[in-house]
Design a protein around this ligand. Structure first.
Ligand code: ZN
Length: 319
């Protein structure tokens, strides 16, 4: 899919920075080697001189023999230099720029075409813009407090926690779809975002946000009220997290967009995590059998239990 120009401009700026950093590091490494070992600088100067002479000979018609001589002299000096580097324990590769992308050497282009690395960064910027301001940073597995759950919910929540942690650790685009059911404040968003954090760290393209906002946005874009390509982004991302499913303002268009996203992602084997405050029977009456059967047949369903953790947490913080 294509992204807005601004994302590519930002991506190319990032790549230019990478290249600059790699070049500067190599240059600084070389300068410190010159400082410590002036004999290496001498050899480099000689090789540069020979290079210039070779260029001059090349423009002369009679220069062929000269070039051969210059070349063998150059190679001799280069061999000396390599020996010295070994003697001084200097790694030759540290003197060359260590580019992040070995396809384009951080230029952003391969054969005049944008390199994959630029597209990858542009995509990340786009996904970031789509993701809502949800507490991603603070939602990690280690900040999930199982002790806040009442005794009768402990073992179930421990099981869901372990399952989610394992899911995140082994996440790939072949991972299962998950359906988190349960009342508000039972940690569904926290665990979904904990999974998102790990998937993002692994380099996957993750989009997360409230179902209501995404589908409003998709509808506004479809009817020309807003610009964007949210539908395709939600269809294509490696992991889609739809929070608060069931809060959408239902219209014929939104209902078919929901089915389209759920069904297409199943067909493409791309994982989706849905969380909802509704019960399965409420889902059935709100969305109908078509959506319900896709969910039942293709999602691992986890029922969250306990009391509102946010309330317990707030009370705990206030005492
Ligand atoms: Zn590249």
């Amino acid at each position: 899919m294509g992204y807005k120009k601004e994302y590519y401009i930002k991506a190319l700026a990032d790549i230019a920075k990478r290249r600059l950093t790699a070049d500067e590091t190599a240059k600084n490494n070389l300068l410190s080697v010159y400082l410590a070992h002036p004999d290496i600088k001498e050899l480099d100067d000689k090789m540069n001189e020979l290079g210039l002479l070779a260029v001059k000979s090349a423009v002369k018609l009679s220069g062929a023999d000269e070039i051969i001589n210059l070349k063998s002299e150059y190679e001799k000096i280069d061999n000396n230099k390599q020996e010295l580097l070994i003697k001084y324990n200097v790694s030759a590769s540290s003197l060359k720029p260590n580019y992040y992308c070995n396809k384009c050497n951080d230029t952003g282009y391969v054969d005049g075409e944008l390199c994959e690395c630029v597209k990858k960064i542009a995509k990340e910027y786009y996904f970031n813009d789509l993701c809502e301001k949800m507490p991603l940073e603070s939602s990690r597995f280690d900040s999930f407090d199982l002790s806040l759950y009442p005794d009768d919910a402990q073992s179930n929540m421990q099981e869901i926690y372990n399952f989610s942690k394992e899911y995140a650790d082994n996440f790939s685009t072949a991972s299962k779809n998950l359906f988190f059911l349960g009342r508000t404040g039972l940690g569904k968003t926290h665990l979904s975002l904990s999974i998102a954090n790990i998937a993002i760290d692994k380099g996957f393209g993750v989009i997360y946000g409230s179902s209501q906002n995404f589908f409003n946005q998709i509808q506004d874009e479809a009817f020309g009220r807003k610009q964007g390509d949210t539908l395709n982004a939600l269809l294509d991302c490696d992991l889609l997290i739809l929070d608060d499913f069931g809060t959408e303002f239902m219209s014929t268009y939104i209902s078919s967009a929901i089915y389209n996203i759920i069904n297409s992602r199943i067909l493409r084997s791309l994982p989706t995590i849905i969380s909802t405050n509704l019960s399965l029977s409420e889902i059935n009456s709100q969305y109908g059998e078509r959506i319900m059967s896709r969910i039942l047949g293709n999602y691992a369903i986890k029922q969250f239990t306990g009391k509102d953790i946010r309330q317990i947490q707030m009370l705990k913080n206030n005492t």
